[in-house]
Write a protein that binds this ligand. Sequence first.
Ligand code: H2B
Length: 113
Amino acid sequence: MTTMFPKKDWAGQARRALSAPEVVAQLAQLDGWTLQGDGADLQIAKTYRFDNYHETMAFVNAVAFIAHTQDHHPVLTVHYGSCTVGWNTHDVGGISATDIDCARRADALLATP
Ligand SMILES: C[C@H](O)[C@H](O)[C@H]1CNC2=NC(N)=NC(=O)C2=N1
């Protein structure tokens, strides 16, 4: 079946969990992302705030598109005027470079053109 939206194939790519110093260094280069949770739930997360539910859901759907094309799926906590996005890589049992990349992609959705 063809698809309009090709998605990343991670099968051939060696991914690994970043070390704690690597995660800290990567977070320092991101805006507003923090470590949340512990153990298997450890993730990088950021809360985005919006004026209304319509804008919140537009952002949620845009993040869902990132998740589809990257084949990498966040934990989303959605309220009327906010969405918290959490990324970790369950395939490697930690936070990987994919999570950092997807965090940048989520931020890019709201970057002023
Ligand atoms: C088979 C499929 O490519 C994998 O299960 C993908 C799907 N989405 C994913 N999302 C996240 N957050 N972590 C993963 O390790 C992951 N793996």
